[in-house]
Design a protein around this ligand. Structure first.
Ligand SMILES: Nc1ncnc2c1ncn2[C@@H]1O[C@H](COP(=O)(O)OP(=O)(O)OP(=O)(O)O)[C@@H](O)[C@H]1O
Ligand SMILES: [Mg+2]
Length: 359
């Protein structure tokens, strides 16, 4: 097996008593787009800053192409960076901003000019060369920052919430640009966001950060269909949780009982189960089936509390007889919704494999 391009080994960073990251281990392939996703304060930026060389880790090592980066100062690591706030030089034109890292590296003028042109083309800002940053929109400024970061062909590009200051439409437009540029240049990208949609749209793999540690690393579909922790289940996709009891467990699956005494078999299990122990059953709104109760109830009994039209989806909020809130999402025009009203009694069913039990 070839060695991973980037290896982050057991990184820990403490600021006095505050542990910002703990035991972060990651291996990144050359050309991969890997995103750090997690809530505020979970250690995403700290990990990125350690890679960039702005911070030293308290413990651990970082290897790029098999060589430790730790003794190399930040400006010699040859890593491109784009940050949340626009960091362009305000007194320089767009062209001069992009040329800056090339001039620092003492490239001949003709080469610098050619590269600036190529970069402007890459980020689709031809003709903007002589503008000042203040004369451009936020999205255009971030594209210049991207062009500047990529101008000297860094093998690794770090991006810390580069789109968070932009409105939704512009954000989506630049997400598309970043994806295209990644495919075109094959640069390895580590990207930070707390927006799950952005992470899913851009990334080959996502590392989910929670309280300074990585809870799980995987592709979007892996994290969605097989979350290893309740935190990941809540962070990727929508989910509801029902209290349950574990009756027995084997082979990574559990038999559980719900509040109404109904037993459910072969539900994927995460965490350490003890027989009779309390647990939570996770359900995804788009994986649930809903039918009116007529005759014998074959599912979880619930009452419809709200019905919301969401364009191509209908969102049905229900309250189970135990008082838990469970949402069901159905395609517009689905037969189960015809004539459905608030207060109607329904039964919710699902395939065992689409649910998860967390202890
Ligand atoms: N210089 C510092 N001194 C003390 N604590 C710090 C310092 N920098 C970060 N921290 C703490 O480390 C933890 C992780 O911070 P970090 O900036 O990595 O989070 P983040 O995941 O990037 O959050 P956000 O989404 O808000 O940017 C936080 O609890 C933060 O308060
Ligand atoms: Mg941050």
């Amino acid at each position: 097996m070839t060695e991973p391009f980037l290896q982050i080994q057991g990184i820990r960073k403490a600021y006095g008593p505050v542990v910002a990251v703990e035991n972060v281990d990651l291996q990144v392939r050359r050309g991969e787009f890997l995103t750090f996703l997690g809530p505020s304060g979970s250690g995403k930026s700290t990990t990125l800053y350690i890679l960039a060389g702005f911070e030293d880790p308290t413990a651990g090592n970082i290897l790029l192409d098999g060589r430790s980066l730790l003794s190399i100062p930040s400006h010699k690591r040859n890593i491109g960076m784009v940050f949340q706030r626009y960091t362009l030089f305000p007194h320089l034109s767009v062209g001069e901003n992009i040329a800056f890292p090339l001039k620092v590296r003492r490239l001949p003028k003709a080469e610098v000019d050619a590269k600036v042109k190529e970069m402007l083309r890459l980020v689709r800002l031809e003709g903007f060369e002589d503008r000042r940053p203040a004369q451009m929109s936020g999205g255009q400024q971030q594209r210049v920052a991207l062009a500047r970061a990529l101008a000297y062909d860094p093998p690794l590009l770090l991006m810390d919430e580069p789109l968070s200051a932009l409105d939704k439409k512009l954000r989506e437009e630049i997400q598309y640009e970043i994806r295209r540029i990644h495919q075109q240049t094959e640069v390895t990208i580590l990207y930070v966001t707390h927006d799950q949609e952005e992470a899913l749209r851009l990334s080959d793999r996502i590392a989910v950060f929670s309280k300074g540690i990585i809870d799980q690393i995987g592709t979007g579909p892996e994290l969605y269909s097989n979350p290893q922790t309740r935190f990941v289940a809540e962070f990727i996709g929508d989910s509801d949780f029902l209290p349950c009891k574990v009756l027995s467990a084997s082979d990574g699956h559990a038999t559980i009982s719900l509040g109404d005494g109904r037993a459910l078999d072969r539900i994927p299990l995460h965490g350490f189960a003890s027989a009779g122990g309390k647990a939570a059953l996770m359900l995804r709104p788009e994986r649930l089936r809903l039918a009116r109760i007529s005759g014998e109830n074959a599912g979880i009994a619930a009452t419809v509390s709200d019905i919301t039209f969401l364009g191509n989806n209908i969102h049905v909020s229900t309250t189970t007889d135990d008082g838990a809130l469970v949402s069901v999402r159905l395609p517009f025009g689905h037969e189960a919704i015809a004539g459905l009203n608030r207060g109607d009694r329904v039964q919710l069913t699902f395939d065992a494999g689409s649910a998860h039990v967390f202890c």
